[in-house]
Write a protein that binds this ligand. Structure first.
Ligand SMILES: Cc1cc2nc3c(=O)[nH]c(=O)nc-3n(C[C@H](O)[C@H](O)[C@H](O)COP(=O)(O)O)c2cc1C
Length: 315
């Protein structure tokens, strides 16, 4: 079972819909986080990404970021009215402006606050809850305080990005720590972190034979075939792969253009190429070319040229 990771501004519904039109292998997605804001009264102005009419393809689990139990419950009720039977709580976001307010991975050093939140929300939300965590905020000792708290609650599963918050998205995934603390979890653990290739996935499967579900984020941008290859599908020829990648990108661009709420489609596309470009051998040059395209027409022309002429790393 493979879940698409939440990547704020990257894996929103446009991406999920376009991806599912061209590729297979993803069984579900956790949405990029929906922030709990005071004064919203649970009105999900910011939850457009999980509006059912926008989500025609991959089953989605909305993710909530915040530490206010009352607002969390309101949001959960709202999402339930939209038909969501599962929600996820973000305990992993490493961004300083968020962690300093004890949100995301900023809550991990405070297991008592996490317990208090779970005590309040679990009996009062209509969905099953999963959490997405890191191994700590500042150090890996923190995970050993967190696991016993999580073990006391009926969670659907626990997604573990095996880094600490201070690492952001860089540095090594801390396999030695995850391996050591894995037996302590009472719940099913979903592995997340640096699955960028088929061989990465095999190595993870060998290292953690007890884990049966994986979450992949950036790797899907580097190689959209990755999930289907992990599921055992034959990789296409380079030519076919390029043809499919181009159709996927053009459909993705259309998804953005059809969204009246999206003001700067060009900027959005250029941002996504920060990750797409890494799938090319000459990634810096590829990103440079697309990021200097002045208009949407130029973006389309350069996209065609890049996909046709530049060498891709995979499949
Ligand atoms: C640009 C970006 C945005 C992200 N946004 C979220 C988010 O909204 N919620 C979340 O739980 N994780 C978020 N993450 C973390 C990813 O879900 C994932 O844990 C991380 O990228 C490691 O997985 P990967 O190596 O497969 O990409 C984000 C990561 C990146 C790079």
């Amino acid at each position: 079972m493979i879940l698409l990771a939440p990547l704020q501004s990257f894996t929103d519904y446009h991406f999920r819909n376009a991806f599912s039109m061209h590729y297979t292998g993803i069984d579900g997605a956790v949405s990029p986080f929906i922030s709990l804001l005071k004064g919203e009264k649970g009105k999900p102005r910011i939850a457009r990404d999980v509006l059912p009419s926008n989500n025609r393809s991959i089953p989605v689990i909305p993710q909530i970021l915040g530490n206010d139990a009352a607002l969390f419950i309101q949001m959960a009720e709202f999402l339930h009215r939209w038909g969501y039977e599962k929600i996820n709580w973000n305990l992993g976001c490493p961004v300083r402006s968020i962690t300093r307010k004890q949100r995301g991975s900023g809550l991990i050093p405070y297991p008592d606050l996490i317990r208090e939140m779970l005590e309040k929300i679990i009996p009062n939300i209509p969905q099953s809850l999963s959490v997405k965590i890191r191994l700590g905020l500042n150090n890996t000792d923190e995970i050993y305080q967190l696991v016993p708290v999580l073990n006391d609650f009926p969670l659907e599963n626990i997604i573990v990005h095996a880094r600490i918050g201070a690492q952001m998205y860089e540095g090594n995934v801390q396999h030695d720590v995850l391996q050591k603390c894995l037996p302590l979890f009472r719940h099913e653990v979903i592995y997340n972190g640096d699955i960028f290739s088929y061989s990465d996935c095999i190595a993870i499967k060998n290292r953690y034979p007890e884990i049966k579900k994986w979450m992949i984020g950036r790797g899907v941008f580097y190689n959209p075939f990755l999930p289907s290859m992990i599921k055992g599908e034959q990789a296409p020829t380079k030519e076919k792969a390029k043809e499919m990648f181009l159709s996927f990108l053009l459909d993705l661009y259309s998804e953005f253009q059809n969204d009246n709420h999206l003001l700067r489609v060009e900027n959005k596309i250029k941002m996504l190429w920060e990750l797409f470009s890494k799938g090319f051998v000459n990634s810096d040059s590829v990103f440079d070319q697309i990021s200097h395209a002045p208009t949407m027409n130029d973006i389309v022309t350069i996209t065609r040229k890049l996909v046709e002429t530049e060498e891709m790393k995979n499949p």
